[in-house]
Ligand binder design. Structure first.
Ligand code: HEC
Length: 95
């Protein structure tokens, strides 16, 4: 059957795009990680809050980044900072 293959590939690509979109953009707005609202509220003041979600870093890398942002003025308690570092390390580890 002509045309069957490209169509199937199209659907597979669409699936991939939805998957990636859902993961990065947080499509399912029903439930949100508490860290995600931290990110939005405390990290979205100076740049897009998903700045961090476009990057991948090691645990140390995220620790440095969050500390650097606190130096710049991000308002996070020690506990919130640790929570975010853990979250980012988990979600956005190096591949
Ligand atoms: C007081 C302002 C401010 C706040 C609040 C802030 N940032 Fe930033 N951030 C900056 C500036 C300035 C830059 C450098 C310019 C740029 O890359 O947009 C930056 C860059 C970044 C980068 C890209 C550079 C890198 O090191 O990879 C990441 C990731 C990042 N910020 C994450 C965060 C996170 C996570 C938070 C919340 C904990 C946060 N930022 C809060 C000012 C801020």
């Amino acid at each position: 059957m002509r045309g069957a293959y490209p169509r199937r590939r199209g659907i597979a690509l669409l699936g991939l795009a939805l998957l990636a979109g859902g993961w990065i953009g947080g499509c399912d707005s029903g439930r949100e990680d508490p860290e995600e609202s931290l990110l939005r509220e405390r990290c979205g003041l100076c740049h897009r809050y998903d700045n961090a979600l476009n990057k991948r870093k090691s645990a140390t890398g995220w620790e440095r980044t969050v500390w650097a942002m606190r130096q710049r003025g991000a308002e996070l308690s020690d506990q919130e900072a640790e929570q975010l570092v853990r979250y980012l390390t988990q979600k956005r580890a190096l591949p």
